[in-house]
Design a protein around this ligand. Structure first.
Ligand SMILES: C[S@@+](CC[C@H](N)C(=O)[O-])C[C@H]1O[C@@H](n2cnc3c(N)ncnc32)[C@H](O)[C@@H]1O
Length: 225
């Protein structure tokens, strides 16, 4: 008998189809169009790496005429990667998908070289970490961000996470049931990101249609903002 049995909600969220439908339906629609612009996914000049891409649902909201020049999707879940790849093929996106476990980046030099090699080979300008940092402990998140910084072509990182927000009961109820084990407060995200090599940092908040939840985003840059 395992120490803790996954809840029904956690097991439902493990299905890519249900994950997308539940997130979108329960929250009254996620602000995908706003996110596409915030993440630079509608900029044909951008070569984008999406770390922890999952099934890459956001690609559905990228205008066909404004696709990024390249999209590199990385995840450690092969089912998600297969689904993301099928979607990218259907959308005729110039895309590559690779299986990497980001938690290995703090200790494993072969995985470090694999990630930096991919970012260099694909001449990536922008890295996205969408819904991912709250799945990573501080050491893994810091190693991932510092490795990305070591690749000169990458000018910008944009993140998205759920957060514990004082006084926002529904948001915090949902955050406590998130599959990520490292949901932080804004201050804790700020302190983590301040400990990385990225000097510039700007925070943005977005909300779904029902406005009961809040998403925190950081834009990290090589210049102080
Ligand atoms: C909340 S989902 C977000 C998926 C997608 N980025 C989105 O915004 O819809 C978190 C994603 O991070 C991936 N992930 C979590 N831990 C990871 C790790 N250690 N290495 C690689 N991917 C990871 C999960 O497989 C999942 O696809």
């Amino acid at each position: 008998m395992p120490a803790s049995t996954p809840s029904l909600l956690h097991r439902l969220l493990a299905s890519p189809t249900l994950y997308h439908a539940l997130r979108h339906g329960l929250l009254g629609g996620l602000p995908f169009k706003e996110w596409v612009t915030l993440y630079g996914l509608d900029d044909p000049n951008q070569r984008v790496a999406d770390l922890g891409c999952g099934p890459a649902d956001i690609l559905r909201y990228v205008p066909t005429a404004h696709q990024p020049a390249a999209y590199l999707g990385i995840d450690f879940d092969v089912d998600y990667l297969a689904r993301a790849e099928a979607l990218a093929t259907r959308l005729k996106l110039n895309a590559t998908f690779v299986n990497i476990d980001l938690t290995k980046l703090s200790t494993d030099s072969a995985t470090q070289q694999q990630l930096t090699g991919l970012l260099e080979r694909e001449r990536i300008d922008r890295v996205l970490l969408l819904g991912v940092i709250h799945h990573l402990d501080d050491a893994s998140a810091r190693s991932t961000l510092d490795l990305i910084f070591s690749v000169p072509s990458v000018k910008t990182v944009v993140t998205q996470d759920v957060a514990v927000v004082p006084g926002h009961g529904v948001n915090n109820f949902l955050a406590a049931r998130d599959r990520g084990q490292f949901v932080r407060t804004e201050l804790q995200y700020q302190e983590l990101l301040a400990s990385t090599r990225w000097p510039g940092r700007r925070v943005t908040w977005t909300r779904p249609g029902f406005r009961v939840a809040k998403y925190i985003h950081f834009t990290l840059t090589r210049d102080v903002l």
